[in-house]
Write a protein that binds this ligand. Structure first.
Ligand SMILES: Cc1cc2nc3c(=O)[nH]c(=O)nc-3n(C[C@H](O)[C@H](O)[C@H](O)COP(=O)(O)OP(=O)(O)OC[C@H]3O[C@@H](n4cnc5c(N)ncnc54)[C@H](O)[C@@H]3O)c2cc1C
Length: 253
């Protein structure tokens, strides 16, 4: 497929859904849209409003749905509580949170190169928290297309309450022997929910436990900026060469 040209488009808002503590999915109707994108790309969401804070009226979000799902566009993001948190929710997120069903929303996209490559068949994804979003496009696409690829995904969350889309991704990995999913929680203690998976941050030991030849795959690293930089260093420390490390930094967190 040719790389789709970014352009302005508009989609009606459908609904929102809470997917974890302080995390929501937002769905838009793309039944009447000719939008084409490559799994892993992102889009700008534009929500003009009065009295916007200094961060402005638009944000970038990875498209969190397979391109084969022609009916919907989904984004997934953190929404901090309106009060009682040290973090101040942006006026943009307030607008997003309060969108009403049917409202047309403006977008510009698709953009980005955090996508699978024709000449690469072995991938390791190192994902920090909300950085899961491009995987919600790449994994169902790779699985449905039966792409001849091996994808190992390490996903790290601070607490059990923050874990995103575990059932959905584990189900995909069960259907597809080319996809391996490893969730890890760095602070499972103190949670009301039990955690039986891996614990601690993504480490060289954890990667070696699941990836037989650690320098062979391409490493795709995604999430908040500081995590991406730390995980890219981790990949380098395994002996992975710079050109095989592809980063998607969620600037703004
Ligand atoms: C290519 C690209 C793709 C992106 N894709 C996504 C995506 O799919 N989903 C997504 O949510 N964001 C994504 N982002 C980041 C997004 O564009 C926003 O910058 C981000 O969601 C923060 O939004 P906000 O400024 O409205 O702050 P809010 O979310 O309202 O947060 C308020 C403040 O709290 C801080 N904050 C909030 N949560 C945390 C936290 N956990 N740790 C530290 N500080 C925090 C923020 O920095 C901000 O200053 C992407 C960015 C890029 C460049």
């Amino acid at each position: 497929m040719d790389v789709p040209k970014p352009h302005d488009f508009s989609l009606p808002f459908l609904k929102k859904e809470q997917v974890a503590q302080n995390a929501f999915a937002f769905y838009f109707d793309r039944k009447n849209s000719d939008l084409e994108f490559i799994a892993g790309q992102y889009t700008r969401v534009i929500l003009p409003h009065d009295n916007a804070d200094t961060r402005g009226t638009s944000r970038l979000f990875s498209i969190a749905v397979s391109p084969l799902q022609k009916e919907l566009l989904r984004i997934v993001t953190k929404i901090v509580p309106e009060s009682g948190s040290q973090l101040q929710r942006s006026s943009f997120k307030n607008m997003l949170f309060n969108l009403e069903a049917g409202k047309p929303v403006s977008f510009f996209g698709p953009m980005g190169r955090f996508t699978l490559r024709q000449d690469v068949s072995s991938y390791v994804f190192l994902v920090g928290g909300i950085g899961i979003t491009p995987l919600l496009s790449i994994l169902p696409f790779a699985s449905a297309q039966k792409l001849p690829v091996q994808i190992t995904v390490f996903l790290s969350f601070s607490t059990v309450e923050e874990v995103l889309f575990k059932d959905e991704l584990l189900a995909l990995s069960q259907q597809n022997p080319g996809i391996k999913i490893i969730y890890t929680v760095s602070h499972p203690e103190g949670s009301s929910q039990k955690w039986e998976g891996e614990q601690g941050r993504i480490s060289t030991e954890l990667i070696k436990k699941y990836v037989p030849d650690v320098t062979a795959p391409h490493y795709y690293v995604v999430g908040p900026q500081t995590m991406v930089l730390a995980m890219a260093e981790l990949a380098k420390s395994l002996g992975v060469t710079e050109e095989k490390i592809i980063k998607e930094q969620f600037i703004g967190y």
